[in-house]
Design a protein around this ligand. Structure first.
Ligand code: DGY
Length: 348
């Protein structure tokens, strides 16, 4: 699909993206925009090299693509100066290789914070109250009357929510769970972020002033403290060498038998084989997963586990957010091409 065929700058988007704002921005700024309409979901390096062609000023790409040295070399050879991931995470992008080939890299933080946190909260509630299991039970025609034991789950109020990685998304999720459900909070963050501290302190004062029962909170000095103490644990770190398989056989064994684990970050943060085994051994342990180690696949057995809720990487999938991500990705690429600041550069 080609927009503004006579535009001076050739920009390629490897996927169609929601909304029209991003398209208008590019064509108003004299870009010829080519949107790949290839039906297959995941493009290979060869597919993308073909899209880049002989002349290409910038590319908007997706987290399913492997943006390493080969692609940045091809883009640079075609005269390209800009690449933006349509995602906040950029573990699929080799930023050093991009720097080496003189290609600026952008990502799309901010617009997906609340949407992603809302999915983590939804999965937490769905797991605690066994909503997906109960829905399947109804649809299977198995409900034959109210029973005191039917789908008894956990009350979140008064339980402890644990957050690993208290950046933008982790902090927004913590706020939702503390403010919305009066959960106590324990969190661990490598980057000494003070976002949450400010919120919980002010919220504690508010509860006190209103004569309400206070919530407790603490900043843990290690991740294992969170795993041991929390009832619901949500993972929000970036994926890098240090967070690969952060949750593994050993760390799972330290968690409460009835804990809930939520992952809306990146699949490889959790050792999925160990997780399946843990779910089998501990039927009261529950997980809500938005991401998987080898997307689009799940490790054998995961799909059969009643104590697992699995959704297909949809944490940022609200209309407002996806349109915002597309717009930021276009702004990133335009910034470099037109010489104004790249909207968001993960190097900064
Ligand atoms: C991201 O942006 O990194 C999410 O995984 C997809 O929205």
């Amino acid at each position: 699909e080609v927009w503004n065929p006579s535009g001076k700058y050739r920009v390629v988007s490897t996927k169609s993206m929601p909304g029209t704002r991003w398209i208008n921005l590019l064509i108003e700024q004299d870009c010829r925009l080519e949107i790949c309409t290839e039906k297959k979901t995941i493009l290979s390096v060869e597919d993308i090299i073909a899209l880049i062609g002989d002349k290409c000023d910038g590319v908007i790409g997706q987290l399913t693509e492997d943006w390493g040295g080969t692609l940045f070399a091809a883009l640079s050879k075609a005269g390209g100066k800009a690449f933006s991931n349509m995602a906040v995470g950029y573990n699929n992008v080799d930023v050093n290789a991009a720097n080496k080939y003189g290609v600026a890299v952008g990502n799309t933080p901010g617009v997906l914070t609340e949407t992603t946190a809302e999915l983590a909260a939804s999965l937490s509630l769905a797991a605690a109250r066994r909503i997906v299991e109960a829905d399947g039970f109804m649809r299977a025609g198995l409900y034959d009357g109210w029973l005191p034991h039917l789908f008894v789950g956990n009350l979140l109020k008064g339980q402890t929510v644990g957050v690993i990685g208290a950046g933008r998304i982790g902090s927004a999720y913590a706020r939702m769970m503390v403010e919305g459900f009066k959960m106590n909070l324990i969190y661990f963050d490598l980057y000494q972020s003070t976002r949450l501290e400010k919120f919980v302190t002010a919220y504690g004062q508010f509860l006190k002033a209103n004569g309400e029962q206070p919530v407790t909170w603490k900043r843990a000095s290690s991740m294992s403290e969170v795993l041991q103490e929390a009832d619901v644990i949500s993972l929000h770190p970036v994926l890098d060498k240090t967070t690969y398989h952060l949750i593994n056989k050993e760390s799972l064994a330290t968690m409460k038998k009835e804990a809930i684990l939520i992952n809306c970050s990146r699949g490889p943060v959790v050792d999925e084989v160990a997780l399946v085994e843990h779910l089998k051994q501990n039927p009261m342990f529950r997980v809500g997963l938005d991401v998987f180690e080898d997307e689009p696949y799940m490790k054998p057995g995961l799909g059969e586990m009643k104590n697992a809720i699995v959704v297909p990487h949809i944490a940022s999938a609200s209309k407002w957010t996806r349109e915002g991500m597309a717009t930021l990705a276009a702004l990133n690429v335009l910034g470099k091409i037109k010489g104004f600041p790249v909207w968001h550069d993960p190097n900064r």
